[in-house]
Design a protein around this ligand. Structure first.
Ligand SMILES: [Zn+2]
Length: 124
């Protein structure tokens, strides 16, 4: 996946970074195979000025890391997490509304009323 800027905000919240090069200061190499990351491995999926979320995909072993970078008056903090999600998956689920209790109860009722069908589906 090539480096792309997915989302940008208004000029007031323009990122202090114009590209993903700063990510490479925080995650230099793949934790699985030690391949050195370059811009081409980074995909900016969220950019709100002081906060960015960047997906990094290793071209050697397909290991994926999602990194959150936050810039404050105290400095820059980063948090990287291994993920099995693609950049597209993260964007897709980011815009979904959270489940409500009634959704869970409805799903429980659906399962309860159709127990035999679900067991049959799961055992195939
Ligand atoms: Zn790798």
């Amino acid at each position: 996946m090539s480096h792309k800027k997915r989302e940008s905000n208004s000029s007031q919240e323009q990122s202090m970074y114009q590209d993903s090069k700063h990510v490479l200061k925080h995650i230099k190499q793949c934790p699985e195979c030690s391949l050195e990351f370059t811009d081409k491995h980074c995909d900016i999926i969220f950019d709100r000025g002081a906060v960015q979320v960047i997906h990094v995909l290793c071209s050697n072993c397909s290991h994926k890391v999602v990194t959150l970078i936050a810039s404050t008056s105290f400095g820059v903090s980063s948090l990287g997490m291994t993920t099995d999600l693609s950049a597209e998956d993260i964007i897709r689920i980011s815009y979904k509304k959270p489940l409500k209790e009634i959704d869970i109860l409805d799903f429980h009722t659906l399962l309860y009323k159709n127990q035999k069908k679900f067991i049959k589906l799961l055992s195939n």
